[in-house]
Design a protein around this ligand. Structure first.
Ligand code: ADP
Length: 161
């Protein structure tokens, strides 16, 4: 049984993240989407909010479960028995960061491999930061995130979203 760990900030989860998770769940037995519990600096939503929103977004998705962690990603991977770390690649500028992290992770934990999914073309330009920015300025994000996230953004920014 292959467990894949899909770590991220998910601040908030977008259809791009979900697309990657669903595709990963076709290849691996279980995909653990894990919210990195880091200090709230530069984050819009708390860890509890991000986890709750992600759980709701994945409620009906088979083989995907949601957890939170606050240690090195490779240590968490080892803790849950994950042999694979899933990441997504959108544009060339993602590459350097993902490559660097993969190299560090491989040095720390050679038994865990990083598998990178190319973003689906319709989500190539979608990021949590774009969603936060658009929502903060009153833009319509309903094509980018599930309905309960639209509502959560409205509560954060007021009802102009
Ligand atoms: P982090 O802070 O770890 O980068 P994110 O939540 O921003 O957390 O992203 C988690 C992972 O999901 C990253 O590998 C990122 O490249 C990927 N990702 C984000 N948005 C998309 C998208 N639209 N399509 C595919 N992968 C994505």
């Amino acid at each position: 049984m292959t467990i894949a760990l899909y770590p991220g900030s998910f601040d908030p989860v977008t259809y791009g993240h979900l697309d990657t998770a669903i595709r990963a769940a076709r290849l691996f037995d279980t995909v653990v989407m894990a919210v990195f519990d880091r200090p709230k600096k530069n984050l819009l939503f708390s860890t509890a909010e991000r986890v709750e929103m992600l759980r709701e977004a994945t409620r009906n998705l088979p083989h995907i479960r949601v957890e939170t962690y606050n240690m090195l990603t490779v240590h968490y991977a080892r803790q849950i028995g994950a042999k694979v770390i899933v990441r997504g690649l959108r544009v060339a500028s993602d590459f350097e960061h993902e490559f660097q992290m993969a190299q560090i992770n491989q040095t720390l934990e050679p038994d865990v491999d990083v598998v990178v999914f190319m973003a689906s073309h319709k989500y190539t330009f979608l990021s949590s930061s774009t969603v936060r920015e658009m929502a903060g300025l009153g833009g319509d994000v309903s094509e980018l995130v599930p309905p309960h996230i639209v509502e959560a953004l409205k509560r954060k920014f007021g009802s102009s979203v």
